[in-house]
Structure formats: C-alpha cells, structure tokens
Design a protein around this ligand. Structure first.
Ligand SMILES: Nc1ncnc2c1ncn2[C@@H]1O[C@H](COP(=O)(O)OP(=O)(O)OP(=O)(O)O)[C@@H](O)[C@H]1O
Ligand SMILES: Cc1ncsc1CCO
Ligand SMILES: [Mg+2]
Length: 259
C-alpha cells in the first residue's frame, strides 16, 4: 500500500486497537488514535484482557509502568493475538532499569511481537549493545542504534523501529528513514508510547513494515504541521492532535526515504 492509501484506509476503516499501556500514556495514546482515525480501547485487567484481544485489529503492549498483574495480562493478550495471527507491537520502555523489567521484556520479545518500537537507547540495550539510557528518555542517537536495530530484527523476526530526530525502520534487510516531526516532541511525555499504539492501528490494515513507516510518517507530518502553530510544548501538544486529524492523505510520503 502507498503511504497515502494507508492513511485513507485508517480513516475509513477505523481499526479497533487493544492497548495495554502505561498510566502516563493512556489518555494521550487514546487521543492520538482517535485524532488519527482509529479506535482505541485501554483494557488491562487479567480477568478480561485476553478475551478482548481477538475482536480487535491489533494489540499494543507498553511496559512503561509495569507491575505483576499487568504483565500477566500482557502475556495472555500476546498469546491470544498470536493464536489469531493478529499483529502486536511491543514498546520496551526503559527495559534496562531493573532486572524485573529486563526479564519481563525478554519474555515478551520471546512471544514474537510483529514490531518492536523503542528509542535509540532501548533498541541498543535490547540487542546487548552498550547504551547511555538511564530512564525513559534516550541518551543515544538513532544513527548509533541502526546496527543494533538490524541485528535485533534478524534475531527476532520483528520489524524494528527506532525513534528520535529521524526515525529508522528495518526488517533486517530493507529499511526506511523518516524525517520531519518537531523539536518539541521529546519535550512532551508519551509521544513515543502513543506512536507505538498508532503503529498497531496501521498494523491492523497493512504489513508490519509499512505500518511502522506509515505511523512514523503520520507523526512526522503532524509534528511538522503543529510546530508552526505552537508557542511551546503545551500548545504543541494540542496542535499535534489537530495535525494528526487534519493533514491530507498525500502528506506522509514526503518524509519517507526507503533504502
Ligand atoms: N528532535 C526531534 N525532532 C523531531 N522529531 C522528534 C525528535 N525527537 C523525537 N521526535 C519524534 O517524537 C516521537 C517520539 O520519539 P521519542 O524517541 O522521543 O520517543 P520516546 O523516547 O519513546 O518517548 P516517550 O517515552 O516519552 O513516549 C517520534 O515520532 C519521533 O520521530
Ligand atoms: C515518564 C514515564 N515514566 C514511565 S512511562 C513514562 C512515559 C514515557 O515513556
Ligand atoms: Mg518510549
């Protein structure tokens, strides 16, 4: 599918996305999906999560504020998604900060996400490369994470998406770089988390590789649109949601370079 087609299809089919995400990102991720044209549902209770997954178009899992019952729901939903061949996205937020998070993340990677999306430090650490990450924000550049991303894609079979000033998507062989966005984006929390959920929405309608590229390009275009209308992080936050909704179908492609 072309990038214009994916955005048009997202808006006309409005895929239902099961999100198990963190407390910080929940509301912004739901607003991101609605503004973009998809339909979010935040469902994390162990009693019901896996029952809900199969009726959705895709699943988004984010370990940002992980705890035991949430991890149980993530495992069960990932298995339910796999049983139906539904794509799911893993955002390994700050997986290197504790043994608990590292082990949880390794377990989720073994459950075969279609797409792994993280910032440069998260992707480097996941591949075992020395990284400068300390918390949820990246201490490394996307350029320095490209090799780790390619290796991780080859090791796991997942599409790997690295975010930063210029995003990078790879399946281990082919790749794409997505420019655009805004310098205000790393100054607003949960932008990366919301991109993970939007990537799941696109994965419901196209291949995992094209989903990662389209979601990153949708963010790039909306960020660029919003930057010229914003005075700082607060007004950018609001303008970004407007941008997700108002950009034209033809505004994704210019930010994408396929390699
Ligand atoms: N300097 C920048 N210029 C343009 N766009 C940026 C810049 N930094 C990040 N972005 C964009 O912001 C979005 C989130 O990427 P980022 O790497 O900041 O995620 P993250 O660290 O996982 O965020 P969070 O953990 O707060 O959710 C992506 O769409 C990315 O392209
Ligand atoms: C700030 C923060 N802390 C845990 S998750 C999260 C959202 C950005 O990753
Ligand atoms: Mg993140």
């Amino acid at each position: 599918m072309t990038d214009a087609n994916t955005l048009h299809t997202l808006r006309t089919t409005s895929p239902l996305v099961h999100c198990i995400t963190n407390y910080v990102a929940m509301q912004f991720s739901a607003n991101t999906l609605l503004a973009a044209g998809a339909s979010p549902a935040m469902v994390h209770a162990t009693e019901e999560a896996a029952e809900f997954t199969p009726i959705c178009g895709a699943l988004s899992i984010n370990i940002g504020t992980l705890s035991t019952p949430w991890l149980d729901a993530m495992r069960a939903s990932a298995r339910a998604a796999n049983a139906q061949d539904l794509p799911w996205v893993l955002d390994p937020v700050a997986h290197f900060i504790s043994a608990y998070r590292r082990d949880a993340c390794a377990e989720l990677v073994a459950l075969k996400p279609a797409i792994i999306k993280g910032n440069a430090s998260e992707i480097m650490a996941l591949n075992g490369t020395q990284s400068a990450g300390r918390g949820v924000d990246s201490g490394d550049s996307v350029k320095d994470a490209k090799h780790a991303a390619r290796m991780l894609a080859n090791q796991t079979g997942a599409i790997v998406m690295v975010t930063g000033e210029v995003d990078h998507v790879t399946d281990g062989t082919q790749c794409a770089d997505i420019s655009g966005g805004s310098h205000w984006m790393p100054r607003v929390t949960a932008m990366g988390c919301s991109l993970g959920s939007l990537t799941a929405a696109y994965a419901a309608i196209t291949t995992p590789f094209d989903a990662a590229v389209s979601a990153a390009a949708h963010f790039a275009a909306a960020g660029d649109w919003a930057q010229s209308r914003a005075a700082g992080p607060g007004s950018f936050h609001a303008a970004f949601l407007d941008g997700l909704a108002l950009i034209g179908d033809d505004q994704l492609a210019p930010w994408v370079t396929r390699g």
